[in-house]
Design a protein around this ligand. Structure first.
Ligand code: NAD
Ligand code: UDP
Length: 311
């Protein structure tokens, strides 16, 4: 198949490109390199079935493809809040552009939505039928509401024009190829620990997240893309829930670091808890994550070690 990956030079997008190339597809990656980097896909550049287009998805583009993995959007709070208007545009105009393309060339299109559509959830764990608790005017809303509108657009193009859609809600995912300046918690803590610098816990560290290793996510993505008669939305995440304090301790332990823990101000609207209910993914896709946090961290730490060495 001919496959398009938007955000193909990013953390998840570049792993997707790798797997799609392995599967023998013709892969086109689109990226504007806001948070992604050529380094993530350098090894694919000589592949005859890989193409890279520097393009901003807020502008229309037309390509003849069979599948669209729509992953372009900064995912780290630091980056999506850097230019919030651009984040909204990427989610709204970018998604309209991808849906327009899908409609015209009859491609199947998957949206990488997020657990952030549940906001600071009042229901725990979060199930797909929970409508969420999102601040519509807060600093995170460019991303949260942006993704919620993107989901709405997906559903409306499906209902109105019969576009073949898939919606996945990804929970906190980590692994190699996260940028050094990504700013999310796993990469921040690993880098700080490896440099024996203070580990910055925002707030008291009692807030929770459920961390998924990228390989597990990829299995879920492919199972969903090729599943017939199921459009989602479906949660893809690892239900093992940890406090941020426990994450910091695990990383100090695994790196043998001398770092101390310090506390910084909790960012505004920071969700207090998050855990996916993955019953639907199990039932529909026969998918569930198998990589435990410690195992995933052990695969991720050497990547950052190498990155820091090459600085
Ligand atoms: P990332 O920042 O590494 O990747 C995003 C990629 O999109 C980057 O390569 C960036 O340059 C590109 N991009 C951003 N805006 C663009 C635009 N306007 N035009 C073209 N390219 C653009 O983040 P990631 O963690 O790989 O996330 C990928 C997708 O998965 C995002 O849509 C994100 O919202 C979603 N997601 C990720 C997580 C996670 O924990 N990693 C959780 C939920 C959802
Ligand atoms: N966090 C932290 N220290 C950091 C980065 C993040 O304590 O250096 C906290 C953050 O406040 C949040 C959690 O870790 O409670 C997860 O943050 P991240 O930015 O990774 O993802 P999100 O909040 O979008 O789930």
């Amino acid at each position: 198949m001919r496959v398009l990956v938007t955000g193909g030079a990013g953390f998840i997008g570049s792993h997707l490109c790798d797997r799609l190339i392995e599967q023998g597809h013709d892969v086109i990656a689109i990226d504007n390199f806001f948070t992604g980097s050529k380094e993530n896909i350098r090894h694919l550049m000589d592949h005859w079935n890989f193409e890279l287009i520097r393009h901003d998805i807020t502008e229309p583009i037309m390509l003849e493809v069979d599948r669209i993995y729509h992953f372009a959007c900064p995912a780290s709070p630091v980056h999506y809040q850097y230019n919030p208007v651009k984040t909204i545009k990427t989610n709204v105009m970018g998604t309209i552009n991808m849906l327009g393309m899908a409609k015209r060339v009859r491609a199947r299109v998957m949206l990488a939505s997020t657990s952030e559509v549940y906001g600071d959830p009042k229901v725990h764990p979060q199930k797909e039928d929970y409508w969420g608790h999102v601040n519509p005017i807060g600093v995170r809303s460019c991303y949260d509401e942006g993704k919620r509108v993107a989901e709405t657009l997906m559903m409306d193009y499906h209902r109105q024009s019969g576009v073949d859609i898939k919606v996945i809600r990804i929970f906190n995912t980590y692994g190699p190829r996260m940028a050094l300046n990504d700013g999310r918690v796993v990469s921040n803590f690993i880098i700080q620990a490896l440099q024996n610098k203070p580990i910055t816990i925002y707030g008291d560290g009692s807030q929770t997240r459920s961390f998924q290793y990228v390989d597990d996510l990829l299995d879920g993505i492919f199972a969903m893309m090729e599943k017939e008669d199921f459009i989602g939305p479906v949660n893809l995440g690892n239900p093992d829930e940890f406090t941020i304090k426990a994450l910091a301790e695990a990383i100090i332990d695994l790196t043998g670091s001398r770092s101390e823990i310090i506390h910084k101000e909790l960012p505004k609207d920071d969700p207090t808890q998050r855990q996916p209910d993955i019953y639907l993914a199990r039932e529909q896709l026969n998918w569930y994550p198998s990589i435990k946090l410690t195992e995933g961290l052990k695969k991720t730490i050497p990547y950052f070690e190498q990155k820091l060495k090459n600085l």
